[in-house]
Design a protein around this ligand. Structure first.
Ligand SMILES: NC(=O)c1ccc[n+]([C@@H]2O[C@H](COP(=O)([O-])OP(=O)(O)OC[C@H]3O[C@@H](n4cnc5c(N)ncnc54)[C@H](O)[C@@H]3O)[C@@H](O)[C@H]2O)c1
Length: 338
């Protein structure tokens, strides 16, 4: 079978990982690079040793390359325009998170994928890790009983420069999408409402709000509490966040590394119950991060089945983000998700 011809749109920092993935596959090839900045596309071609056409105009790139798949690795505000243009040409899209810079755009992108009858799937690399797969397995197996109170702490002092420094809600829109999506993945439940505060701590180098406190109510009655900051200097958590999942029979802990564990009630006696330690089974054999998610996206194309990060599912994580943004705008009022 001929390798799938990929058009990469957006040739900034993140495009390196996507291109490297394709260069490691035998069933796909980079057939074109496109960026608003022709210099960025040319630099990416040179740095990755690519001998393919470069463009600064998406419509022309789509016509000339006639790709089998478009990679959208542009900035969040550009995702709708890029994804809908590709879908309108009947071309499947794999794109970076977050789907869009607002919920209306994300919903329009789902509608465009449905109208085109072509897949649009989203990069949620933080689902593709041995640790989170083990944690999810532990919880799904009932080790801690029914999860009812989930907390995630995310504290990293990230000096990016670039588009994030100018966003209104860099933490909630560009980062918490990962953690909120992880909460849905870990619990298998969807959020129904949220109360959130967003703020920009003293000393922050971001223009917009780089910190937030959010509490979500899930459809199964569980509560999810998120505390996050992208301008926290020192004592950083992992990028996966630090998780505590309290269930009816015990508590699971995950620091973002490969080995989550749980303490589970061993005997019904005593003021605090004796517990036994349970290590999560590590039976997931896939690759991790971008490699793992892209493996799943390419697999979904050959199977003709939607991947777990299909836009119709991912929009539910995006809805959590923008409900939190809206709640924060209203000073913490409870806002329905979606
Ligand atoms: N999954 C992850 O862990 C992860 C990590 C970092 C970034 N990202 C995401 O990847 C995307 C890109 O981030 P980045 O760090 O590479 O940003 P970047 O600023 O380094 O690169 C973005 C590139 O897109 C180009 N661009 C912007 N609008 C465009 C348009 N309409 N058409 C063509 N090109 C356009 C810019 O010129 C720039 O070269 C963002 O959505 C970001 O949230 C994801």
């Amino acid at each position: 079978m001929e390798p799938k011809r990929i058009l990469v749109v957006g040739c900034g920092a993140m495009s390196r990982a996507w291109i490297k993935h394709v260069q490691g596959r035998s069933d796909a090839v980079i057939a074109g690079l496109c960026d608003l900045s022709l210099a960025a596309a040319q630099k990416r071609a040179k740095d990755e040793g690519l001998d393919c056409p470069v463009f600064d105009d998406l419509a022309r790139a789509l016509d000339r390359v006639a790709p089998d798949v478009v990679f959208d690795i542009t900035i969040p505000q550009a995702h709708r325009q890029v994804v809908t243009a590709a879908l309108a040409k009947g071309c499947p899209v794999f794109g970076e998170k977050p789907m869009a810079g607002n919920l209306a755009d994300a919903k329009a992108m789902v509608a465009a994928a449905e109208a085109a009858g072509k897949p649009y799937a989203v990069m949620q690399n933080r689902r593709y890790l041995k640790g989170i797969r083990a944690l999810r397995g532990l919880i799904a197996a009932g080790a801690i009983g029914e999860p009812s109170f989930i907390t995630a702490d995310f504290f990293i002092g990230a000096h990016f420069g670039g588009f994030r420094d100018e966003m209104e809600n860099p933490l909630l829109v560009d980062m918490a999408i990962h953690t909120f999506d992880q909460a849905r993945f870990i619990t298998g439940a969807d959020a129904v409402e949220v109360s959130a505060l967003a703020f920009n701590p003293k000393g922050s180098w971001y223009r917009g709000d780089a910190a937030a406190l959010c509490q979500f109510r899930f459809a199964n009655g569980a509560l999810f509490s998120y505390r996050g900051s992208w301008c926290a200097e020192g004592a950083n958590t992992s990028w996966e966040a630090a998780w505590r999942v309290c269930g009816t029979r015990g508590t699971a802990i995950w620091d973002g590394g490969p080995s989550p564990w749980a303490d589970v009630v061993a005997k019904e006696e005593g003021f605090t119950r004796p517990t036994s330690r349970v290590e999560a089974p590590k039976d997931w054999a896939g690759r991790e991060g971008h490699e793992g998610c892209l493996d799943a996206l390419f697999q979904s194309l050959s199977d003709g089945k939607p991947p777990e990060t299909d836009c119709r599912d991912n929009v539910k994580s995006v809805a959590m983000v923008f409900a939190a943004v809206e709640s924060a705008r209203q000073g913490g009022a409870w806002v329905k998700v979606g």
